[in-house]
Ligand binder design. Structure first.
Ligand code: BGC
Length: 455
């Protein structure tokens, strides 16, 4: 086969010049990290005071942590990321859990259509799962519903949707109780299951990890979206009007994706701005848009498009794929960052075969790899600021705690965890050792089971 050759001539801008201009935009220096962290702690405190602040700080109505002895079998339904899952969670006591699950892909028409279409799809999936696994339905089965969007929770099994995130947009769901919507859909399909707990994925991750590690005080999601939940003292939640709580503590869903929507401390740059302008929730989820898997690839694409337009990359020649929003997936970034070959051959493959760039020269591949590194490192450092701020707010920097983290970005993106640790070290110094970041796999589903058991 004939090797493609460059058919263009252009003045090649010095590679180091291109890279250093990008570094100026994307690198977050330690002093900036510290400023963001300070502002973050203030915002956490403010959100606990009263409603209406940027961080919603939602009391989850989960006020007891498990001891690992809980037993029983529970259904869990997990909606919130790219996939939707129905699971049967067996708590065996002794901190052991077994999980049977089935994943479903949510069709786009259900993500952005009428509420009923989405909830009927969920109910149908539950029915399929129950039938396939011969789950007896003589009595109503309790189900933990992990619903990973901001809801105004008014009871363990009641929550009104405040707004969609992560590309979902069923307009008529906003303001409604999502538990009621699911119960109605289950009844329409004659499925004998009732929702006993409404759970955010961060709360589920915290609870599922606490089932075998009692030192777990924080649950974080770094996946399609991002968010955190942590254990707060009820006395530190002035806005709590739900009466006395026996344990004296309450798990708070921070909804940290909205952090700095007013854009005062985050280094939100022209590429972030362009991506935000073109998104379906412009001006919202600022922190999430700089960190989570739905957006990282799109930021990289925005940078590439700009460099191509300025004729400093790929000789100024683009491709329809490069020009299409969200075509540059975050998974491609992982692949490129994993490419340690001297000629960046896998990077070349990604660019040529998946993105149809005609001739990505070695220089171009190195620049693209550096863009991925810069965007992902910035994300990891910002996620670390969030963790450090929450641990500081809880006053556990000295005593330490386990932070359970789930989500595709944390689990699969190379070096993400280590980059976070480096940044936590910059923020907390030697106390960084006290903050143990642990992968909490399947936490959002298992946690829903644990919460249903405690309920
Ligand atoms: C949602 C949160 C969720 C997070 C991670 C965000 O977009 O608002 O509720 O916890 O994504 O899934």
């Amino acid at each position: 086969m004939q090797k493609p050759t460059r058919k263009y001539t252009y003045r090649e801008v010095d590679e180091s010049e291109v890279v250093s201009a990008l570094e100026d935009i994307f690198v977050i220096r330690p002093q900036t990290l510290r400023n963001i962290c300070k502002h973050f702690v203030n915002e956490l405190t403010l959100g606990l005071k009263e409603d209406g602040h940027t961080l919603k700080m939602i009391p989850s109505y989960v006020s007891r942590r498990p001891n690992g002895k809980e037993t029983g079998s529970y259904l869990a339904l997990d909606l919130g990321g790219t996939n939707f899952r129905v699971c049967e969670v067996y708590l065996e006591g002794d901190s052991k859990v077994r999980l049977t699950q089935k994943k479903f892909t949510i069709p786009d028409y259900a993500k952005c259509g009428q509420s009923d279409v989405l909830f009927d799809f969920l109910a149908d999936s539950v029915l399929t799962f129950i039938t396939e696994n011969n789950i007896p339905t003589e009595t109503d089965i309790p189900l933990g519903f992990t619903f990973s969007f901001p809801v105004n929770q008014t009871a363990l099994d009641k929550g009104y949707l405040m707004g969609w995130t992560k590309g979902f947009d069923c307009k008529d769901t906003v303001g409604k109780d999502v538990v009621e919507l699911l119960n109605e859909a289950l009844a329409r399909k004659n499925v004998k299951v009732h929702v006993s707990a409404l759970v955010n994925d961060t709360v589920g991750t915290l609870m599922s990890h606490a089932y075998n590690d009692p030192g777990t005080f924080v649950g974080v999601i770094l996946g399609t979206g991002t968010n955190a939940a942590y254990v707060e003292k009820v006395s530190a939640i002035p806005k709590w009007k739900g009466g006395p709580v026996e344990s004296g503590e309450m798990i708070i869903n921070c909804e940290w994706g909205a952090f700095d929507n007013e854009r005062v401390v985050l280094p939100f740059n022209k590429y972030d701005q362009k991506m935000d302008d073109e998104s379906n929730n412009k001006g919202e989820q600022t922190f999430e848009k700089m960190i989570s898997g739905l957006y990282l690839g799109e930021i990289v694409r925005q940078v590439i498009v700009d460099l191509v337009q300025r004729r400093v990359l790929f000789g100024g020649i683009s491709s329809p794929e490069i020009e299409t929003p969200y075509k540059f997936e975050t998974a491609y970034m992982s692949r490129i960052e994993r490419d340690h070959s001297s000629d960046l051959l896998d990077t070349k493959l990604v660019l040529q075969e998946l993105l149809n760039v005609p001739y990505p020269a070695p220089r171009d591949r190195r620049i693209v790899r550096r863009i991925c590194e810069l965007v992902a490192t910035r994300a990891a450092r910002l996620a670390a600021v969030g963790v450090a701020a929450v641990v500081t707010k809880m006053d556990r920097v000295g005593d330490g705690c386990t932070v359970a983290i789930d989500g595709s970005v944390y689990e699969h993106y190379p070096h993400f965890g280590n980059r976070m640790k480096d940044a936590i070290h910059e923020l907390l110094g030697m106390f960084e050792e006290n903050v143990s970041l642990q992968l909490g796999k399947d936490g959002s589903s298992v946690g829903a089971g644990v919460i249903a058991a405690l309920a």
